[in-house]
Design a protein around this ligand. Structure first.
Ligand code: ZN
Length: 1126
């Protein structure tokens, strides 16, 4: 028997214990502990209690522990009462297996080591481990009656985790923080960028995106709003998601935040004396936009200085240069990025236990980041506008004829959720479709006051309500706001003015739309509801329930009388407001450029030659430091998804009359049609039709009217059941019948030759689709007044597009790579500006001619007949609604051709002469945009396709070779190479370049170098494959997109199911196949004359571009426009 055992055995005999103690030279403490144990073991409970009456040198936890061990449970309580002090309490609770209680205490102390040991102990204890995972309390609820939601809150910290059980293969998540700023330094935005530069545990730039790619995501993303910053992650399957999540959070809570990172990612001066940096060049683009300038003015008028809602959270250029600093960013991080201010939202199929276990580990690891005192952000009084004011701001613009007007009010408090819903319905009523008052009063006029009018409400301590009128002719800028108040608002204070029938239709449509979103975009709603809850609800679950059940409010709104709506108008629109008039100024474009050049020259002068060299050295050193460390192969090997899991895909069957083994229901459905019809049968509660028309018979002249023709379909009078209805009546009726409708060229943006009319209804209303197909094809009556309005509206949209460098560059590249008479060129507001202006004039002089031209377009479109594709669950459609006679009107109209199955081929409409390059000056933005396109002769079944696609992904992926060299060095915001098999093209895009010349040259060098040397990073290759799998699977990410993919696959003539087959091929590809087969086509687009190139730059950069790109043709925007008078 050991000494210990002997003492335990003799514990009740003090004399013998004393003897032994002396003999064996034991310490008081040892003897004391063993005595406690011995007494408990022998059941000498009175003696033990006597002992506890004197102050214990070892605390009271050993008493508790002994009682538990020898099952003296009645006694435990007595000793628990005596336990005190942190260590003693934790030990006692651990003895009692109160892991949760112990963890809470350790948490309060931010005692990370203790938390870890508690966690380990709890794991050893299999029975109690279950309880440990119930460290979370849970509230369960349902999003609009459709998707189950769980809101977990940690019992130890203030961390919260929300889970929405969205069906399908994707898992989407967000991590959000409430962030409040008090200056235009852009701290929240700057920090948002810097967290991606590596964490203390993973000190490698971009490792997070590398890991995300390896876990079947396509990198990570984030946004900075006025009051919060959110980080998002989407993966296919949950394995990858759960692997990345803790690494992601580690970056958020313990980022490195070094000076070198600040230099490259936020701001630096390069060796040529230019200001650069990723955030800097991003903000360059917004600084002089009319929209931004007006928004700043409004904020200045309605908020007191320094109010957090008046701040530019993105950062102003001057602040980024002069006052934003690393130290400020660090302090900002410390203040807002911790567990008490963090919410994790997960949407998709994940194992909750597994997720919570990960979150508990995260909690322990980051306990120490919680500040002792964290005052609730935005604890400020709501603002008020005391009296109405009007101010003007002058904005740089290429188009001196159009300005904007913005009116701002303060609205409700953010927890008045019913008001929020009501306002959205009100906005719809006032502005949606041609029957809406604001359209009638301002837009759809012979002589319009605006080309568009939009309401917006932003939640805040008090919600900020805005109304924007865009494309306002300058001579009318001062008329807009008075007309709004004197006519529209005044009229709507009268009950009789309201069309309550239409209001009812609108509310029903809104409800249906909410239900559609459950199938198509539930994650977006869930994340935004959770963030709203985090910001405003003080964790009141009732408010959360209300937030996610907007449909309940909407239903209630249906019974509100006109007086309710008058009341809303009175309450908000007649309260004091701030109006800002944005006046365009062409000269200001040059003035800003000159001032900037002057500033830069002074900067260069001040730095001098030595200073510039020093700057170059600093930048090189920063880049070097940022990229010096690389994650080890072992680390990367742990953080990868190794198996291609069987994703939870939506089943879609593509069926036609000639398919084998149709069910009776399916064949009844398909037998309705005497033209080509295709059913894409899948589990949806809605029926969506894609009515296709072939535009290949249109002459170029006719095609120049196609955009106008399509625009008129929803804004014209029409014949319905033999009766003529006005445009307003038609709009009201489709609001009643259709959940959604659209018209565009192309099927999901591809095969542009086809014109696609899309409509969506609830499955039980299927039959109504036939009626509306008839109305929107055959039934529309062209009316000169409507045509004129529409043409004017389209012309003014062109004026806005001209200010956007990215749009201009993409139109310029299209002008070179497609046939002249094709939709990719001829279906664009900017290209058709002159045509629309001309038609608008002709409408007054010779309306019959205009209408005859439109009828010719209709005839040419009908000539090939109709094809229809349905995405629906045929079993939800009532057999009585499947009537061939509903579609008889097609056969009876001689204009319709046979409607045989439309075929399309990859690369049609593509013009094969290359070698041109175009340069266009765009005053609206300070950044530059480059597109370069070459041909790639492969379709979806070609062997070379997948290697080229993976190569494109390899080059362009987050933290891939181009990203590092271009974005990482602040040369441009994005550098991507897209392989587009449907267009048989490979396109390079350099987006928002700060330094276009260097960005292009470096891109070219990198691609050439990799193709020639064949040197590949295997780790990046694995990441590229997985992120490409993500992109492929995302195409069937929800049931509606799975249906659309099935339609596309019909035209691609790929076997079914092809997408998953492509994923398998990607998965099994080797890096040498990628380089050998995918490399040459990639390299070729950089060789003259195999490419077409377009560059849009600020006019001040034209000279530099001409020198950098020899042979480039400098043109005006008007050269891109179609003009049939020539
Ligand atoms: Zn940014």
């Amino acid at each position: 028997m050991s000494v210990r055992d002997t003492i335990i055995d003799l514990a009740h005999d003090q004399a013998k214990v004393a003897q032994l103690k002396h003999h064996a030279r034991l310490t008081d403490k040892q003897v004391y502990l063993w005595t406690i144990e011995g007494l408990a073991k022998k059941g000498k409970m009175e003696q033990l209690f006597d002992m506890a009456q004197k102050k214990s040198p070892v605390g009271y936890a050993p008493f508790v522990k002994a009682c538990v061990r020898y099952k003296r449970f009645d006694e435990v309580k007595k000793y628990m009462a005596k336990v005190n002090g942190y260590n003693d309490l934790i030990a006692a609770n651990l003895a009692m297996k109160n892991y949760v209680e112990a963890a809470k205490m350790a948490f309060d102390r931010r005692d990370r080591e203790m938390l870890h040991s508690i966690f380990l102990k709890s794991h050893e204890d299999k029975i109690q481990y279950e309880k440990m995972s119930k460290l979370w309390s849970c509230t369960e609820t349902v999003l609009n009656g459709g998707i189950k939601m769980f809101l977990y809150s940690s019992k130890t910290s203030k961390l919260r985790v929300a889970v929405g059980e969205v069906p399908g293969p994707m898992v989407h998540g967000s991590v959000s923080f409430v962030t409040e700023a008090d200056s235009d330094d852009g701290l929240p935005h700057t920090l948002e960028h810097l967290v991606f530069m590596g964490s203390k545990k993973y000190p490698f730039k971009g490792v997070l995106d590398v890991i995300a790619n390896r876990c079947l995501a396509d990198g990570t993303n984030a946004w900075t709003d006025t009051d919060h910053t959110a980080y998002t992650l989407s993966t296919v399957g949950s394995d990858g998601f759960l692997k990345v999540l803790p690494v992601y959070i580690n970056h958020l809570l313990t980022p490195m935040l070094t000076a070198s990172q600040f230099a490259t990612e936020v701001h630096h001066i390069d060796g040529k004396g230019n200001d650069a940096g990723v955030v800097y060049s991003e903000m360059q683009d917004h600084e002089s936009e009319m929209e931004s300038i007006m928004d700043r003015k409004t904020k200045e008028m309605i908020y007191p200085p320094g109010n957090p809602y008046s701040i530019d959270t993105g950062g102003r250029l001057k602040n980024l240069r002069d006052s934003c600093s690393l130290e400020k960013v660090r302090n900002y991080h410390k203040k807002y990025y911790h567990l008490s201010n963090m919410v994790v939202t997960v949407c998709g199929k994940v194992n909750h236990e597994q997720l919570l276990k990960i979150m508990s580990e995260v909690e322990q690891e980051h306990a120490s980041t919680i500040p002792d005192h964290f005052p609730k952000p935005f604890s400020i009084a709501p603002c008020e506008i005391k009296e109405s004011r009007v101010e003007k701001v002058i904005c740089p613009s290429d188009d001196a004829t159009r300005g904007s007007v913005e009116i701002a009010w303060f609205a409700h408090s953010p927890t008045e959720l019913e008001v929020h819903s009501a306002l959205h319905v009100l906005f719809d009523y006032l502005s949606n479709t041609s029957v809406a008052p604001i359209q009638k009063d301002f837009v759809l006029l012979d002589d319009p006051l605006a080309s568009g009018a939009y309401f917006h409400v932003a939640e805040g301590v008090r919600c900020d309500l805005r109304l924007n009128f865009t494309g306002v002719p300058i001579e009318k800028l001062e008329l807009v706001a008075p007309k709004f108040f004197d006519k529209l608002v005044r009229e709507h204070l009268e009950e009789s003015k309201w069309d309550m029938e239409r209001m009812g239709f609108l509310i029903d449509q809104t409800i249906q739309n909410e239900l559609v979103k459950l199938e198509t975009n539930a994650q977006k709603d869930i994340i935004s509801h959770v963030i709203g809850h985090q910001l405003f609800d003080d964790w009141d679950m009732n408010l959360f329930q209300q937030r996610i059940n907007e449909v309940d409010y909407l239903k209630k709104l249906k019974s509100e009388p006109a007086s309710f709506w008058c009341g809303l108008v009175k309450k908000f629109f007649t309260s004091p407001n701030a109006t800002v008039i944005g006046i365009p100024d062409e000269k200001l474009v040059d003035k800003i450029a000159e001032d900037e050049e002057k500033r830069l020259n002074e900067q260069r002068k001040k730095l001098g030659k030595a200073g510039l060299e020093q700057k170059k050295k600093e930048l090189d050193a920063a880049i070097h430091e940022n990229t010096a460390n690389h994650p080890s192969a072992e680390l990367l090997d742990q953080l990868i998804v190794k198996e291609l899991e069987s994703f939870d895909r939506f089943p879609v069957q593509s069926l036609t009359k000639s398919s084998s083994s149709l069910t009776p229901q399916q064949s009844a459905f398909l037998n309705q049609f005497q033209f080509h019809a295709n059913l894409h049968n899948c589990p949806t509660k809605f029926a969506e039709v894609f009515v296709l028309l072939d535009s290949s018979k249109l002459t170029q002249e006719e095609r120049s009217l196609l955009l106008l023709y399509n625009d008129l379909l929803f804004e014209s009078p029409a014949i319905i059941d033999g009766v003529k209805y006005s445009a307003e009546e038609v709009a009201k009726l489709f609001t009643k019948d259709l959940i959604d409708h659209s018209i565009q060229v192309g099927v999901s943006g591809l095969f542009d030759r086809l014109v696609c009319l899309r409509m969506k209804v609830a499955a039980e209303k299927y039959a109504i689709l036939a009626k509306w197909t008839q109305i929107f094809t055959q039934g529309v009556i062209f009316d000169a007044t409507r045509v004129k309005m529409s043409a004017q509206k389209l012309a003014s949209e062109a004026r806005e597009k001209k200010r956007d460098g990215c749009t201009v560059a993409s139109i310029a590249i299209a002008s070179m790579v497609y046939d002249k008479n094709s939709n990719p060129i001829m279906y664009d507001e900017l290209v058709l500006e002159k045509i629309h202006e001309k038609i608008a004039k002709e409408c007054s002089k010779k309306p019959d001619e205009v209408i005859a031209k439109l009828e010719n377009v209709r005839k040419a479109l009908f000539a090939s007949g109709l094809n229809v594709h349905f995405v629906a669950d045929v079993d939800l459609i009532d057999r009585n609604q499947m009537k061939p006679e509903l579609w008889n009107w097609v056969n009876e109209d001689s204009r319709f051709g046979k409607g045989e199955q439309f075929k399309a081929s990859c690369g049609e409409d593509v013009n094969s002469t290359l070698g041109r390059q175009l340069l266009i000056g765009v005053g609206g933005s300070e950044s530059s945009f480059i597109y370069q396109t070459g041909f790639f002769d492969a379709d979806w079944t070609s062997d070379s396709l997948i290697p080229a696609m993976v190569f494109g992904q390899y080059l362009s992926q987050c933290e891939g070779p181009l990203w590092r060299a271009i974005r990482g060095d602040g040369l441009a915001y994005g550098a991507n190479i897209f392989v587009k098999p449907d267009r048989k093209q490979i396109t390079l895009s350099l987006y928002r370049c700060a330094q276009p010349t260097v960005a292009y040259q470096r891109t070219k060098d990198i691609v050439k170098e990799i193709v020639e040397s064949g040197k590949i990073s295997e780790a990046e290759f694995e990441g590229a494959k997985r992120s490409l799998v993500f992109e492929m699977m995302k195409r069937e990410g929800n049931v509606s997109s799975a249906g659309k993919l099935s339609i596309l696959n019909n035209f691609r003539q790929t076997p079914h199911p092809y997408n998953i087959e492509l994923c398998r091929r990607i998965w099994n590809m080797t890096s040498s196949e990628m380089v050998k087969i995918g490399g040459p086509p990639m390299s070729k687009i950089f060789d003259e004359p195999n490419y077409a190139r377009s560059i849009a730059v600020h006019p001040s950069k034209i000279k530099e571009m001409k020198a950098s790109f020899p042979g480039i043709e400098s043109i005006n925007i008007s050269h891109l426009q179609y003009d049939n008078s020539k």
